[in-house]
Design a protein around this ligand. Structure first.
Ligand SMILES: NC(=O)c1ccc[n+]([C@@H]2O[C@H](COP(=O)([O-])OP(=O)(O)OC[C@H]3O[C@@H](n4cnc5c(N)ncnc54)[C@H](OP(=O)(O)O)[C@@H]3O)[C@@H](O)[C@H]2O)c1
Length: 197
């Protein structure tokens, strides 16, 4: 069975965007969170156009190859210009979680409006023995609260952004993490945690 994995590029102060992200504006003034995708000599086996450092490529591709569906929150969907009607992943389809209708959704995308449990059940069904990749701080927090996250991957970029959309959100209780792997790489440190249940 696949896992439910949250994977984000995050500043040291916990932001997944800079100020004023949005459609056409990407991560706002936090675009450097994605620099490590392009600052090396090793092409990704999964994402065409990505050229990473060798340690980053190893970590990134190992996770990306396992993704069977991307489950994104509405903010990620809108700020990413609805992924052009497709998916952020080259082979895995997109599932969108929202409390509201999404008339603009395409036949290549699936909307769930009945909550995080239903969204993850639907995502698992689509992913099969591959992983569900959570995208967005809000979606990740909802899944953590529901006890449905297996692993958290933080691609930690050495910058204090000072403001932006936070990855870390309020939780009703402590959630213990166990470090699986920490990989220092040029411009980023990859921190891979298992969620203890
Ligand atoms: N740095 C990175 O690696 C990275 C990765 C992914 C995304 N991002 C960026 O992060 C930003 C978005 O993150 P975010 O934390 O603001 O938002 P998000 O998680 O993408 O979206 C939050 C929205 O998703 C819906 N949602 C979340 N939990 C729900 C639940 N339990 N039931 C129903 N709907 C639920 C709600 O939409 P409704 O309000 O429509 O109900 C909620 O307002 C974007 O700018 C994106 O580009 C960065």
């Amino acid at each position: 069975m696949g896992k439910v994995v949250s994977a984000h590029s995050v500043s040291v102060d916990g932001y997944i965007t800079g100020r004023e992200p949005g459609p056409g504006k990407g991560l706002g003034d936090g675009g450097m969170l994605f620099d490590w995708y392009f600052d090396g000599d090793t092409p990704s086996r999964v994402f065409g156009g990505f050229k990473l450092s060798e340690p980053s490529a190893r970590v990134f591709d190992a996770a990306a190859e396992r993704v069977g569906v991307a489950l994104t929150g509405r903010n990620t969907y809108e700020d990413s210009e609805r992924f052009g009607g497709g998916s952020p992943h080259p082979t895995a389809p997109l599932l969108l979680l929202s409390n509201h209708p999404a008339p603009e959704i395409t036949e290549r995308q699936t909307l769930v409006t009945t909550g995080i449990e239903d969204a993850i059940a639907a995502a698992r069904e689509i992913a099969g023995d591959r992983d569900v990749c959570l995208m967005g701080g809000g979606v990740t927090a909802a899944a953590l609260k529901a006890g449905l996250v297996d692993e958290v991957i933080l691609h930690q970029v050495p910058i204090l952004l000072g403001s932006g959309r936070p990855f870390f959100q309020t939780l009703p209780r402590h959630i213990r993490l166990r470090l699986i792997e920490a990989v220092p790489a040029p411009g980023v440190t990859h921190l891979h945690y298992a969620v203890e249940r």
